[in-house]
Write a protein that binds this ligand. Structure first.
Ligand code: ADP
Length: 312
């Protein structure tokens, strides 16, 4: 595969805080790469470094093998879509999409705008002001404005997080399809695990300034490299007993070597999750097929686990 974007030993500090710390990554052409991490871990900073809004203190950034570390953003041929879309509020949808083409004095602007607008299902609203359209439509306009210039690398900073749940779900599917149609490289930043799971060919989990693990979401969940990843990834944190890590569903209830005293039961779509403590005071969450009473003691065995090096 052709490497589209490469970061080599990139470091960036704000004052005394090292936000990005000796980070290296190769992202392949056509890959949908998701950067996942809790807020404040440097995801936006990482994108700003790739775009060129910020400069690294040390390290290199290469696009298509070319060192762009010191190039200004407009010389990097990439497109950025922001969380708040950054649309021009006084312009129509058409004018917003056409804007980058005008800036670069590109010809056949009406045809280009029309074709992109049709692709993104916003052909009917081209004459509306962007303040008069829904959040989902604004998100498409932002995407259309990014695509219209034909960039070779797309950087998306939480572009779906302002949408309500239903729209977000369908926008996710559309975005994945769009990326596949365009055959372009997408770097997508999010703190939302469901997005990472649905979109990422690979997911890089950012922690303490660098990628703690880069793999499929499935591997993050089933085969976390560190206890921190096990804890962070998943609807529920991984359980730990000594150096064994196990997911809520990796147990058999009823008999076995461990004992749990129930604190609470939670029903999520017909599945129960029981919260409780072991004799050693470890808090655990286990999947169950019925509700248990508070204070009830149950035995269980661990049917599958991930062995970590040291006790957690
Ligand atoms: P994320 O996108 O993961 O939420 P950010 O990249 O926005 O994280 O921020 C990472 C850390 O860097 C935060 O602690 C933030 O306060 C700090 N930071 C970001 N931008 C600046 C800046 N321009 N000046 C000083 N500190 C900053």
């Amino acid at each position: 595969m052709v490497v589209k974007l490469e970061l080599r030993n990139v470091t960036k500090s704000y004052g005394k805080t090292k936000v990005i710390n000796d980070l290296s990554i190769s992202i392949e052409a056509g890959e949908f790469f998701v950067v996942l991490g809790p807020s404040g871990t440097g995801k936006s900073t990482l994108l700003k470094l790739i775009v060129g809004i910020e400069q690294p203190d040390s390290g290199k950034i290469l696009i298509d093998g070319k060192d762009v570390t010191r190039l200004p953003p407009n010389k990097r041929n990439l497109a950025m879509v922001f969380q708040n879309y950054a649309l021009y509020p006084n312009m129509t949808v058409y004018q917003n999409i056409a804007f980058p083409l005008k800036m670069h004095r590109i010809r056949n602007i009406p045809e280009k705008v029309r074709s992109i607008a049709d692709k993104l299902n916003i052909g009917e609203i081209l004459s509306k002001k962007v303040t008069q359209i829904s959040g989902g439509q604004q998100q498409r306009v932002a995407l259309a404005r990014a695509i219209v210039r034909n960039p070779t690398l797309f950087l998306l900073d939480e572009p779906l997080s302002n949408l309500d749940a239903r729209v977000r779900y369908s926008a996710r599917g559309e975005l994945k399809k769009l990326q596949q149609d365009l055959h372009q490289t997408f770097v997508f930043v999010t703190h939302d695990q469901k997005e990472a799971e649905a979109l990422g060919d690979r997911v890089g989990v950012l922690h303490q300034g660098t990628f703690e693990q880069i793999s499929s979401y499935n591997d993050l969940y089933n085969d976390p490299k560190t206890p921190w990843i096990g804890d962070f990834v998943g609807d529920y944190p991984m359980n730990f007993v000594g150096s064994k890590g196990f997911r809520p569903e990796w147990v058999e209830l009823g008999q076995g070597e461990y004992k749990l005293e129930i604190d609470s039961s939670e029903n999520v779509g017909g599945i129960y999750f029981i919260h409780g403590k072991t004799d050693d005071g470890e808090s655990l969450i286990l999947k169950a097929d019925r509700r248990y009473k508070i204070g009830e003691q149950i035995r269980f065995s661990i049917s599958k686990f991930k062995q970590f090096e040291a006790s957690v």
